[in-house]
Design a binder for this molecule. Structure first.
Ligand code: GLC
Ligand code: CA
Length: 563
């Protein structure tokens, strides 16, 4: 067993624009984060992952960077950042930066030069191609709808963008790009940052020749993700980055890699590979999406057996060979309690149950801001209230295709990234205490009921439950390193498993739905006694593990077993 601090840590993700605004411009800022360091310390987290804070024209909320070594003016200054880092370190908190290596902003000086002329020295920093008979160079579809190609008048060529047209892809085949990126990463490491989340890292290499994706239906664009995801060259580039830069620092790294199962993930996180510490996988994020439909937007009911299959597979394959990053939610996903719990009838119970799951699996747990108080999805009536470029592009494309607006909005209410991007709900004062001005995106109207101040006052709140879960991780090594084993594999409502480390055994029992199924302890569990470590319902202190009992809706129990 290879012990590491980042395996024992809990990560808290901050989406800075929506965290806390300290100067009344309606936009969260670095001083806002600094003001809440004690709050995070009190919760017990170890690492703060901050979504991009670099200079950016904000077409994709900072994921379009125009200067990697400057702070977005709306968020503050480099002095603010240095102080934030120092203040975090003074409290024993680490800071993980979001590293966007796949693309820049179209306002980055490199791109401005690149598009100026074909013989500009920066031309090859990006991917330029001639059109094919007036059409784009190939049929790849962008993650944000439409073609990945944007025509540029100045030189009569197209540039490639896997995301929005304001996010041109860098050309990693150019050694000068690699060199600039390595230098930039090193610069942040010298500042003392403690890790990186590598955005869209699976896509930095594209299939040579940029061939068309298979398209029997002759559509204008097709999802050809496999032609630009997780290719062998991504691993070569990552190994170089690791060997030449990252390796020299005691940091943590997590890559964003859609489209892979655990076997492929081992190529990124295998302990013998020298690439990354862990990756965000997407298989469990797809259990409610209809494959073959409009990707994530076509929603289907999810079922527990599929979740067990996906998670169990990751737990098994990565055990002692790699490491998992466990999450329900982030700035790209709907709110977990609305998606996988019941935010109407059992919001508190189901949020606690979902948290119990993430914190008792093998892997590093990630908490997304607001998850610790059970924040929920938003359903704005009008598309005008949405800010997310992916959502707005999707809406416009569907309208063009003639899809009825009501149906589009239904999909957006379920899946829009803005579900997770409404301002953090700090208290019940106006705008949830997020800003004294007008927030950049509307606050969820449920803030008088769901907010931090209220949660801190209530000892039975979701917040206090999270705090307890995090504390348990620090106390019981089995929670970090124990081997996962599924129980009651076929049970459609109960997700139960053990985690075993030496002769210590943790038993996790989760009722994933709103019914009251009976739990029968499988005969393979021989231990006679169980100490109840945590439960999301009131229990009598002396309550012992009995061999059969009925679970309450969304009930979660974690026992430490002994003979
Ligand atoms: C990642 C980010 C997402 C962003 C995209 C493009 O998926 O998480 O927010 O839009 O990359 O940078
Ligand atoms: Ca501000």
């Amino acid at each position: 067993m290879n012990k590491k601090w980042w395996k024992e840590s809990v990560v808290y993700q901050i989406y800075p624009i929506s965290f806390l605004d300290t100067n009344g411009d309606g936009i969260g800022d670095l001083r806002g984060i600094e003001a809440k360091l004690d709050y995070l310390k009190d919760l017990g987290v170890d690492v703060i992952w901050i979504c991009p804070i670099y200079q950016s024209p904000n077409h994709d909320n900072g994921y379009d960077i125009s200067d990697y070594q400057a702070i977005m003016k709306e968020f503050g200054t480099m002095e603010d950042f240095d102080r934030l880092l120092e203040q975090a370190h003074a409290r024993g908190l680490k800071i993980m930066m979001d590293l966007v290596l796949n693309h820049t902003s179209d306002e980055h000086p490199w791109f401005i030069e690149s598009r100026a002329s074909k013989d500009n020295p920066k031309r090859d920093f990006y991917v330029w191609r001639k059109g094919k008979n007036g059409a784009p160079p190939n049929n790849w579809e962008s993650y944000f709808s439409g073609s990945v190609w944007e025509y540029d008048d100045a030189t009569d060529e197209y540039y490639l963008h896997l995301y929005s047209k304001h996010q041109p892809d860098l050309n990693w085949e150019n050694p000068k790009v690699v060199e600039c990126m390595h230098q930039m990463v090193e610069w942040w490491l010298k500042k003392g940052v403690d890790g990186f989340r590598l955005d869209a890292i699976a896509h930095i290499a594209k299939t040579v020749g940029l061939p068309d994706g298979p398209n029997p239906e002759h559509l204008p664009t097709v999802r050809a993700y496999e032609l630009f995801s997780n290719l062998e060259n991504v691993h070569t580039l990552l190994r170089n980055l690791h060997e030449q830069v990252l390796f020299h620092y005691d940091i943590m790294t997590v890559g964003e890699t859609s489209g892979i199962g655990p076997e492929e993930a081992l190529c990124y996180v295998g302990e013998d590979r020298g690439e990354l510490n862990m990756v965000f996988q997407f298989e469990h994020m797809q259990i409610d999406a209809l494959s073959g439909g409009s990707g994530k937007w076509d929603v289907r009911p999810w079922n527990l057996l599929e979740l067990k299959k996906v998670i169990g597979h990751w737990q098994a394959v990565l055990h002692e060979r790699g490491w998992n990053a466990n999450y329900w939610c982030n700035h790209d996903q709907p709110r977990s309690v609305s998606r996988f719990g019941d935010d109407r009838n059992y919001r508190v119970e189901s949020a606690k149950m979902l948290a119990t799951f993430m914190h008792t699996l093998e892997g590093t747990p990630y908490i997304y801001q607001g998850e610790e108080i059970g924040m929920t999805n938003i359903a704005f009536k009008s598309i005008d209230d949405y800010r997310d470029v992916e959502t707005v592009n999707f809406y416009q494309e569907q309208i063009r295709k003639g899809v009825p607006e009501g149906r589009i909005m239904e999909a957006i209410w379920k899946k829009s990234r803005d579900n997770a991007r409404t301002p953090m709900q700090w208290n019940s004062s106006e705008e949830a205490g997020f800003t004294s001005g007008t927030p950049w995106i509307k606050v969820n109207p449920n803030y008088p009921m769901i907010n931090v101040e209220k949660a801190l006052r209530d000892p039975d709140s979701i917040w206090h439950y999270y705090k307890k879960l995090i504390a348990l991780r620090k106390k019981h090594e089995v929670i970090v390193y124990g081997k996962y084993k599924l129980l009651l594999a076929e049970h459609p409502e109960i997700y139960a498993y053990t985690r075993t480390l030496g002769d210590v055994c943790l038993l996790v029992i989760l009722n994933f739905l709103g019914g009251e199924p009976e739990f029968k302890l499988p005969t393979e569990i021989h231990q006679e006694r169980g100490e109840l470590l945590i439960c999301n319902y009131p229990v009598k202190d002396e309550e012992e593990l009995s061999r059969t009992f009925r679970l309450r809706p969304y009930e979660a129990r974690v026992y430490l077993l002994s003979h």
